[in-house]
Design a protein around this ligand. Structure first.
Ligand code: ATP
Ligand code: MG
Length: 385
């Protein structure tokens, strides 16, 4: 018997032992004439939910043995007496109770296994959904991705051309040619880093946890949305504290959250020559306890009607002809899996404002205290951009 089983169920073990000992003593020394043996069933009932199947059967075996022992001690094993009949009834009651106990135990175990399987299936579906969401996002961003990789590639070509020209000048231009090679190396590494980042985003859930800040997430994502911003004539307004709070979790998943929110915002701001659309990304933390790192995504689009604010987070809710309606629901599941929350917050200047709040991984440093940010309790929206 494991010591944890004993520690967690000490009360039940003692109760079973007391019932068995009490019934036996009454059976042998009091004038109940075997009829009390039926109370051994109490001990079996107490064992349900604590003992394993074999444990219950062991309790039943002890009870049966003591019933027979009592009968032999008091009646000398005389099968002609009425006590023999009562002994048989007690044994049948013990056997019946044991059968019910074992059956109950099996049904409970079956339920438990089924629940675990259901939870595992749900987890797997969520992982697949998030992955699907990321792949869909990357499809939407394909032109931005191509553009991002082409930048270092064209820089490499330009530097190589320049290097060749410097080289043609002979020994006098060796330093300049060297500088060109250096820049080629830097640009190749940049292209490599972009590809590595994209591969990390596209691959199946890694589940790797690391420490990063919302500033890092914004810096990861901004290069990917630049092209969309230009295409929709949207100005980007970044408000990042010089030293922001660390959070612990899956960095790629948070990139996915911000990409979803930023693309939704950009798509909501219809290109209009007269409108001066702005996408504002604001990283901060809650006050006064600073226990949550926050990231806000604000836009100057049409905003979100109050009656829709909860439905937006439901899977497959979309108002876009090509939309899947999974973006915000995936965002919520990722943020909540990290112990945080995502909500729609007021935006005085019109437009939508989403706010993510996630528990911080490290205590606040003095540097961060100096940075003004919105609070969680008594939170007020900033002035419109
Ligand atoms: N910034 C926003 N401004 C206005 N409406 C928004 C904004 N963000 C989301 N919405 C509304 O919420 C709906 C759901 O968004 P969600 O990201 O879940 O799905 P989607 O963008 O329609 O499709 P996808 O699965 O491709 O992301 C959108 O269709 C849109 O109507
Ligand atoms: Mg979306």
């Amino acid at each position: 018997m494991s010591s944890t089983l004993w520690r967690d169920n000490r009360g039940r073990f003692i109760a079973i032992a007391l019932v068995i000992a009490g019934v036996f003593l009454f059976d042998v020394f009091a004038p109940f004439d075997v009829s009390i043996a039926v109370l051994y069933t109490l001990a079996i009932s107490i064992a349900i939910g604590t003992f394993s199947e074999s444990g219950i059967i062991a309790v039943a075996a002890i009870a049966s043995l003591l019933t027979c022992t009592g009968f032999f001690v008091v009646h000398d094993g005389d099968l002609e007496t009425a006590a023999a009949g009562r002994c048989l009834v007690a044994l049948i009651a013990i056997a019946g109770t044991t059968a019910i106990a074992v059956w109950t135990q099996r049904a409970a175990k079956h339920d438990r296994v089924e629940r675990q399987q259901l939870a595992a299936n749900l987890d797997r579906i969520q992982v697949e959904l998030r992955h699907l969401g990321r792949v869909t996002l990357m499809g939407e961003l394909s032109s931005a991705i191509v553009h991002e990789i082409r930048q270092p590639l064209s820089a490499i070509a330009i530097e190589a051309e320049a290097g060749r020209r410097w080289q043609a000048r002979g020994i006098s231009a060796v330093a300049e040619a060297d500088a060109c090679f250096e820049r080629i190396i830097v640009e190749s590494r940049r292209a490599d880093a972009i590809i590595a980042r994209l591969r990390a985003m596209a691959r199946q859930e890694s589940g790797t946890s690391s420490v990063f800040s919302f500033n890092d997430i914004v810096n990861d994502v901004v290069p990917l949305i630049r092209r969309e911003l230009v295409a929709h004539s949207v100005k980007l307004d970044l408000s990042l504290p010089p030293s922001s709070h660390s959070i612990c979790g899956d960095r790629v998943q948070f990139q996915q959250v911000l990409l979803n929110l930023a693309l939704n915002a950009i798509q909501a701001m219809a290109p209009d020559e007269n409108a001066r659309h702005v996408l504002k990304l604001h990283a901060g933390y809650t006050t006064p306890d600073t226990s949550l790192a926050t990231l806000e995504v604000r836009d100057t689009g049409p905003g979100i009607p109050a009656e829709l604010s909860e439905r937006l987070f439901q899977p497959f809710f979309t108002t876009k002809p090509q939309g899947m309606g999974m973006g915000l629901s995936i965002c919520r599941s990722i943020v909540e899996a990290h112990g945080g929350c995502i909500e729609i917050v007021p935006n005085e200047g019109g437009g939508a404002a989403f706010r993510i709040a996630v528990p911080t991984a490290a205590p606040l440093t003095e540097a961060v205290h100096d940075v003004p940010a919105q609070g969680h309790q008594g939170w007020r929206p900033p002035l419109p951009a």
